[in-house]
Design a protein around this ligand. Sequence first.
Ligand code: PXP
Length: 240
Amino acid sequence: MRLAVNIDHFATLREARRVGEPEPVLAALLAEQAGAEGVVCHLRRDRRHIKERDLRLLRQTVRTKLNLEMAATADMLKVALEVKPDVVSLVPERPAELTTEGGLNVAAGRKALAAFIPKLRKAGIRVSIFIDADKSQILAASELDVPLVEINTGAYADLKPGRRRDKALEDVRQAAEFGLECGLEEIHAGHGLDYVNVLPILDIAEISELSIGFSIIARAAMVGVGPAVGEMVRLIRRRT
Ligand code: PXP
């Protein structure tokens, strides 16, 4: 299992003062040096953290894999086709949300997505869709000619250990298994994962990559980017 680090909140910290630091691009490079195998950023419509400038510099400097999270809009398509990240992850976006609140409703948005996704694929960009651990959504995504999906672990991560969380974990496991059965090449997962709740997720062999942001950035504020990323990388490698 690989780790991709979402660096959005280094930019959030920068925007708290609107000065030049901390530099999210430097954080991305330090994360790669500490063993991250991908860098993720979300260019939001309101540009509240990551800016186009960050995305362009990341494209020039990231040596592993750059994954751009974005809403499936015409404006974002233009940016993606110009910058050409390795992967585009399609996510729902609600202006007032603190963070992505759930997976994309693929089943409901099938027609628009079927027109949108080929434009990215034609440019050589791999397309992922962020979806809830729900078989009908996985099936709908697999019918859209995408090679991978990212399963939302938020519902699992929000729960305390116990029967309800076990059920949410089982939903993630079954969704990952079902995704491969449906012919998807890869299953990723993420949202709300930290150094403790990630452990049971590591036992799901069908998941090949985790996207983790906030918990790593919170720890990086205390111990530095390299140690915070390195610790997560070691946790993942020890178990998978
Ligand atoms: N995956 C997706 C699609 C996300 O939107 C986010 C948050 O930006 C993450 C993963 C990472 O979540 P967290 O910051 O809670 O680790």
